[in-house]
Design a protein around this ligand. Structure first.
Ligand code: CDP
Ligand code: MG
Length: 218
């Protein structure tokens, strides 16, 4: 048996139905949920979690992204869980992810890619310890039931707006359009399925996506 730390990132938590579909797809692979927590990620924890990337140019953006709006943090357990989950997610960059993979289906753009999953047994152990100690993640008997409740609650939600969001990002980059209209359109699209997410959190996430567009255009 193997364990992996999985984070449903803000882009898939704010889009409630997408988050539910991703969790369901992972559970359907015979993975057991041993810990489940919806939370906002403090800057300090985000920095520790992504410490290996601290010298990369995308690091400050990545910290803003992961702490922009709530995430769902889980420990998943199963045979070959680490590789199995990474396979299900697909390549890191959304445009490079196979269209049958979860990132290929639901990812927004480039590194705005719906989920994190541990990449090896030693990193899984380290990440699980970190999120327990600094993130208040707990193994509980009802974690599996909490995940099933989440799926029941949100998978029947409104439709999937992934293609509209991708179109907005693509078109803005093509036209080199970094006007406030683009930001507003992202806010509108990200609001559509954002049950129990605050306006500020939606704005934060939209701003992070918008920053990516600006980066591409500049
Ligand atoms: O998440 P994964 O392990 O697949 O990729 P990583 O190389 O460990 O990078 C961590 C995260 O940083 C990615 O999931 C992306 O969200 C982000 N990233 C990015 O935005 N731009 C890059 N050039 C590389 C990574
Ligand atoms: Mg990684």
């Amino acid at each position: 048996m193997e364990r992996s730390l999985v984070i449903i990132k803000p882009d898939a938590t704010v889009r409630r139905r997408i988050g539910a579909l991703v969790i369901k797809a992972l559970m359907d692979r015979d993975l057991k949920v041993v810990a489940f927590k919806e939370m906002n990620v403090p800057d300090s924890l985000a920095k520790l979690h992504y410490d290996v990337h601290k010298d990369k140019p995308f690091f400050p953006w990545l910290i803003d992204f992961i702490s922009s709006a709530p995430v769902i943090t889980m420990i998943l357990e199963g045979e070959n869980a680490i590789e199995d989950i990474r396979d299900a997610l697909g390549a890191t960059f959304v445009q490079k992810a196979d269209s049958s993979s979860l990132r290929g289906k639901y990812g927004v753009w480039a590194g705005i890619n719906i989920a994190h999953a541990s990449d090896a047994p030693d990193t899984a152990t380290k990440e699980i310890m970190l999120w327990k100690e600094e993130g208040g993640l707990e193994e509980t008997d009802d974690a599996q039931e909490m995940a099933l409740d989440y799926i029941r609650k949100y998978s029947a939600n409104k439709r999937d707006y992934t293609s509209e969001i991708r179109n907005t990002v693509n078109t803005a980059i093509e036209r080199e359009d970094t006007s406030e209209d683009v930001l507003q359109r992202l806010i509108d699209l990200l609001s559509k399925d954002a049950e129990d997410i605050t306006e500020e959190e939606i704005n934060n996430l939209a701003r992070v996506v918008f920053d990516y567009i600006k980066e591409e255009v500049e």
